[in-house]
Design a protein around this ligand. Structure first.
Ligand code: GAL
Length: 689
C-alpha cells in the first residue's frame, strides 16, 4: 500500500510529505465502504471488484458506533476484525474511522443532554446523524472511550494506513446553543479577553444597552427579536470552530498514543459549509483531506470545484492532499440531484489531481438500498458491475495508475488569492450594506476570471508570506487585522502587484470600523479614500468609461494619489473613479470599487496579469479548457482538461501519460477528455507553491 509512512512533517510554516516506503507508489484510489449494510457474501464480491478497479484505500467504520458497541457494556469487534482482515488479504489499505461520528440510540436515550440545541432553543433529535453537542463532556467521554478501544485494537494492525477521525466534523452540528455550550463559550471568552471590560470593548456593548456586568450574563447568540450583536456572533463562530477542533485534537491524541499511522479528518472546503476555520485546523492533521461535491445550486459549479481544490492545496501549504469524498454521479441532498454525463467524473477527478491531490476517493463503494442516501450514486451502482458507471470507475482506476509518477509533485502558480474564513463570517453578518454582497461569491468571481485567463491561483491565508508571487488578489477582505494588512502593503511596497476589491479592509478583528475613509486598512496602498457606500438596487447597473458595467456596489471615492482606470459614466457618481491604479513603493495597488460584469472583470484582470508579468499557462479564455502544471524535481506535468464541446489544441512537447504516446509539437485534446503531458520544466514558471 502506498500511504505507508506517508507522514506529514510539520514545521512552522511548511508541511512536507515524507515519501512512501513502497516500491510502486501509487496515487490513492478509494472510497467509503459500509459493509455493515450488507450480508457477508457480498463482501467477497466487493473485494473482487475493488481489486479489479485498483482500489487501494478504503474508509470503514465511519458510522460504526452502533455496530461495534451495541450496548454501553458490550463491544463487538468481530465483524470489523473480519472486514479489516479481508481488506488486508486483498492488499487494500484501511482508512480506519474511529466510528464516533454518530452516537448510537442507547447513548442519546441514556444521556439526552448530549443532543444539540439550535438558536431558537429547540432540541435536534436522533434519527438522522451527528446529533451531538460539540461541547458535551458526556459525549466526549463516550466518544473518546470508543476511540481508545478502536486505537488499542487496531493501532498496530498492518492494514491500517490512515486514521479517519469522526466524519466531516461540523457538517450538521457546527453550532450548539445549549446551556453546556453557553458555559464553554464563556470559558473561551475568558481565555480570549481575560476581563469583562475588554470583552465589552471588543463587542461594542455600549450600543443598545448590552453592557455585561458578569460573565454569567453572556449567552451564545440565541435567536433575538432584532439583529444581534455582530461581534458576539463572530466570536461564537470562532468558538464553534475551535470547539470542534479541540474535539478532533482529543481523538487524534488518543490515536497517536496507540499508533504511528497518520491521522486526518475530512474537511469540507466547499461553498455551502462555512463553519470551520480550516486555517486553524490544517496544522493538526498529518495529511490534508477534503470532501467535495459539485454544487448545482451555484452559478458555476466547475469553477467552484477548482477553487476548492486550490484552497485545499493552500491548507496543505502546497503539499499533496487527498480528495476523501466526491460522487461518481448524483448526490441525494440538493433540490435536484443532477447526474454526471459520461466523462464528467473523470474530468472532476483529474481536476483535483491537477490541483494537487495525490488521492481520489468517493462516497461510497456500493450504493445503499436503504436509508436516506439510497439514491446517492456510488462506484458500484444499483445496476451492478455491468453498468456504464462501473466501467467509468475502472477507467479512472487505470488513469490513476498511469499517473503514478506525478505523486509528490507540486502545483506551479504565480498568483496568490488571500482567502479567510473569518472574513467570510464577518462579511455575511446581518446589517451589511447590501445582501447582494456575499463573501464567497466575490471570491468566486475573481477566481473564475483568472481561471478563464488560464492563470493558476494559490489560495493563501491572510498574513501568509507573499514574496514568491507576481500578483496577489484580495477579494472582499472585509475583516483584516493590522498585521495581515501590513503584510499585503509590505508586499506591494517591495515590488508586488495587488488587486483589492470593494468591501475590503473595512473592519478590524472585532468588527470595528476603521476610521478615516474606506477601504480602511488598504487606503494607503490603494491611494484612494471613499466616504460612502452606495450599493445598487436589484438589477441596477452603471456604465463605466472602460465599456464595462458596474453592478451591486458603488462608492463615493476620491483619489489620494491613485489614477483613475475607469470612471462612472452614469448615475449620481458620474465622473468619479470606479477602478483605480496606484503606484506604491516599488509596486502597484489596483482597486475595484464596483462589481464588474464577468467580461469586464476578465478584461481588467488580463491587463493586471500582463503588467505583473504573470504567464497564462495557455491562452484558454472562452475555450472551457483548464490547464494546470504540477512540477517534480525532474519534470513538469501539464494537465489539460477539456470541458468544452470543441477540440482543443495546445503547443506541447513530451510524453502523454494517459495514452502512452509521444507528443511532438502539438497536443490535441478531444472534447470532454483529459491529457497529461510529461515535459521539461518550463522556464516561464519559476514559482512552485
Ligand atoms: C458527506 C458525508 C458522507 C455522505 C456524503 C453524501 O457529507 O461525509 O457520509 O453522506 O456526504 O454526499
Amino acid at each position: 500500500m502506498t500511504i505507508e509512512a506517508e507522514l506529514t512533517v510539520q514545521t512552522d510554516d511548511v508541511r512536507t510529505s515524507v515519501g512512501s516506503s513502497h516500491d510502486a507508489a501509487l496515487l490513492e484510489f478509494g472510497c467509503d465502504y459500509n459493509p455493515e449494510q450488507w450480508p457477508r457474501e457480498v463482501w467477497a464480491e466487493d473485494m473482487r471488484l475493488m481489486r479489479e478497479a485498483g482500489v487501494n484505500l478504503v474508509a470503514i467504520n465511519i458510522f460504526g458506533w452502533a455496530s461495534i458497541q451495541p450496548k454501553e457494556s458490550e463491544f463487538d469487534f468481530e465483524a470489523l476484525d473480519a472486514i479489516i482482515e479481508l481488506l488486508h488479504q486483498n492488499h487494500i489499505g484501511v482508512n480506519l474511522g474511529t466510528g464516533t461520528s454518530s452516537p448510537p440510540p442507547w447513548l442519546s436515550t441514556k444521556h439526552p443532554e448530549i443532543l444539540p440545541v439550535v438558536d431558537d432553543g429547540t432540541t435536534r433529535w436522533p434519527g438522522g446523524r451527528q446529533a451531538w453537542c460539540p461541547s458535551s463532556p458526556v459525549f466526549r467521554r463516550y466518544a473518546f472511550a470508543l476511540t481508545e478501544a478502536v486505537a488499542i485494537r487496531y493501532g498496530q494492525h498492518p492494514a491500517v494506513k490512515l486514521w479517519h477521525v469522526s466524519n466531516e466534523l461540523g457538517c450538521h452540528n457546527a453550532y450548539c446553543f445549549c446551556d453546556v455550550s453557553a458555559g464553554a463559550f464563556r470559558r473561551w471568552l475568558i481565555a480570549r479577553y481575560a476581563t469583562l471590560d475588554s470583552l465589552n470593548t471588543a463587542w461594542g456593548t455600549a450600543f443598545w444597552s448590552q453592557r455585561y456586568s458578569d460573565w454569567s450574563e453572556i449567552l451564545p447568540p440565541r435567536l433575538t427579536l432584532s439583529t444581534s450583536n455582530p461581534t458576539q456572533q463572530l466570536d461564537f463562530d470562532r468558538f464553534s470552530s475551535d470547539e470542534l477542533l479541540s474535539y478532533y485534537i482529543g481523538e487524534a491524541e488518543i490515536l497517536r498514543r496507540h499508533s504511528s499511522a497518520p491521522v486526518t479528518t475530512n474537511f469540507m472546503v466547499t461553498a455551502h459549509i462555512t463553519s470551520q476555520d480550516y486555517w486553524q485546523w490544517a496544522p493538526h492533521v498529518d495529511i490534508v483531506a477534503n470532501d467535495h461535491y459539485l454544487d448545482h445550486r451555484l452559478a458555476s459549479p466547475l469553477h467552484e470545484l477548482s477553487f476548492a481544490a486550490d484552497a485545499t492545496r493552500g491548507l496543505a501549504l502546497g503539499s499533496p492532499w487527498i480528495l476523501m469524498e466526491q460522487s461518481v454521479g448524483a448526490v441525494n441532498w440538493q433540490p435536484r440531484n443532477l447526474a454526471k454525463v459520461p466523462g464528467e467524473m473523470m474530468r472532476n477527478s483529474l481536476t483535483h489531481v491537477a490541483r494537487g491531490a495525490d488521492g481520489v476517493c468517493f462516497f461510497q463503494w456500493r450504493a445503499s438500498i436503504q436509508g436516506s442516501e439510497k439514491f446517492h450514486s456510488a462506484m458500484l451502482p444499483h445496476a451492478g458491475e455491468g453498468s456504464e458507471k462501473f466501467s467509468e470507475v475502472l477507467e479512472l482506476g487505470a488513469a490513476l495508475q498511469a499517473l503514478k509518477e506525478i505523486r509528490g509533485s507540486r502545483v506551479v502558480s504565480q498568483v496568490a488569492l488571500v482567502f479567510s474564513w473569518e472574513a467570510w463570517w464577518a462579511t455575511d453578518l446581518d446589517s451589511r450594506p447590501s445582501e447582494d454582497v456575499r463573501y464567497i461569491d466575490q471570491v468566486h468571481r475573481v477566481y473564475t476570471a483568472l481561471w478563464e485567463l488560464g492563470v493558476t491561483v494559490d489560495v493563501v491565508q491572510p498574513g501568509a508570506d507573499l514574496s514568491a508571487y507576481a500578483l496577489v488578489v484580495v477579494p472582499c477582505l472585509y475583516l483584516v487585522t493590522d498585521r495581515q494588512a501590513q503584510v499585503i502593503e509590505d508586499y506591494a511596497s517591495s515590488g508586488g502587484h495587488v488587486v483589492v476589491t470593494f468591501f475590503s479592509g473595512i473592519v478590524d478583528e472585532d468588527d470595528r470600523v476603521r476610521l478615516g475613509g474606506y477601504p480602511g486598512a488598504f487606503r494607503e496602498l490603494l491611494g484612494v479614500s471613499s466616504e460612502e457606500f452606495q450599493p445598487l438596487a436589484g438589477d441596477e447597473s452603471r456604465a463605466l468609461s472602460s465599456g464595462a458595467r458596474g453592478h451591486v456596489w458603488t462608492e463615493v471615492t476620491s483619489l489620494r494619489g491613485a489614477e483613475t482606470v475607469a470612471s462612472y459614466e452614469s448615475g449620481s457618481l458620474a465622473g468619479r473613479p470606479a477602478v483605480t491604479r496606484n503606484s506604491f513603493g516599488e509596486g502597484v495597488g489596483w482597486y475595484l470599487g464596483t462589481q464588474l460584469d464577468a467580461e469586464g472583470l476578465t478584461q481588467f484582470l488580463a491587463t493586471v496579469v500582463a503588467e505583473a508579468g504573470v504567464h497564462a499557462i495557455a491562452p484558454t479564455r472562452g475555450e472551457d479548457v483548464e490547464v494546470v502544471i504540477r512540477r517534480s524535481d525532474d519534470n513538469d506535468y501539464v494537465f489539460v482538461i477539456n470541458h468544452g464541446d470543441a477540440e482543443a489544441e495546445l503547443p506541447a512537447q513530451g510524453f502523454e501519460l494517459l495514452h502512452s504516446s509521444a507528443v511532438d509539437g502539438a497536443l490535441t485534446v478531444p472534447p470532454g477528455e483529459v491529457r497529461v503531458v510529461r515535459t521539461a520544466h518550463s522556464p516561464n514558471y519559476d514559482t512552485v507553491s
